[in-house]
Design a protein around this ligand. Structure first.
Ligand code: ADE
Length: 228
């Protein structure tokens, strides 16, 4: 994957400063492994006051993002390059998981559209949006934090982003299980001991133990994952 485009207002874009300008994502950008472009929907509003929202027809649900600025922005982006998906961040989208992160990390270009207020005009969803993602069954103030979560989880999967290529593959969820517990030095911290088996040097036994612990943890915390 090369290019990620997020659409949000200038004010909301500040929410991306932290996540996109530190650590792994920052390094990935510096190495040229990913490009992230932020677009302010307000810049595309053609009305006098640069309004991007209006009252909902039919019920007092609150403000809804209007069609024109978002349609113009997406049209402009699509005229410049091809996109694999135009994704709308919304609590009623499909629940984001590692499988979706893996799939998105193989794409060249995606648009992440961040909604606000009560959502976006349904006609945008019908005519532009190819995928809708929720990061959990709770409501955020806007899609930006959700987009940051999705971006982080896919950028770390792009080859070359993590120093050790195997470390993303050994993440929790990658083999349908949670990760086993991990330990580091000292082997004895004030009487709290690292399990002997990890110090034994017997690689076969260690692997077997790690698998057992991963299964145990998954059974206790996410039994549904084992059934899948
Ligand atoms: N926007 C508001 N809440 C959200 C959620 N849970 N997931 C994705 N986008 C959202």
């Amino acid at each position: 994957m090369r290019g990620l485009r997020s659409s949000a207002s200038a004010h909301q874009q500040k929410l991306f400063d932290g996540p996109f300008n530190h650590s792994i994502i920052k390094r990935a950008k510096e190495k040229g492994l990913v490009e992230i472009h932020l677009h302010d929907i307000r810049d595309y509003a053609k009305n006098k006051h640069k309004r991007v929202d209006d009252y909902a027809y039919g019920h007092g649900a609150g403000m809804v993002m209007i069609v024109q600025p978002i349609a113009d922005l997406i049209d402009k982006l699509k005229a410049e390059r091809e996109y694999d998906e135009v994704i709308f961040m919304t609590p009623d989208g499909i629940l984001f998981n590692q499988g979706t992160a893996n799939r998105l990390s193989t794409f060249r270009n995606v648009i992440l559209l961040c909604g606000h207020y009560k959502g976006i005009d349904e006609r945008l969803r019908e005519h532009y949006i190819t995928m809708e993602i929720s990061v959990g069954d709770y409501v955020l103030s806007g899609g930006e934090l959700a987009a940051a979560i999705v971006t982080d989880s896919i950028v770390r999967l792009i080859p070359g982003v993590l120093g050790d290529e195997t470390s993303a593959l050994s993440d929790s969820f990658q083999d349908g299980m949670l990760s086993p517990p991990v330990y580091t030095r000292p082997a004895d911290y004030q009487g709290w001991k690292v399990p002997n088996i990890l110090l034994s040097g017997d690689e076969k036994k260690i692997q077997k133990w790690l698998l057992e612990k991963a299964e145990e943890r998954t059974r206790q915390r996410r039994p549904g994952m084992l059934e899948e």
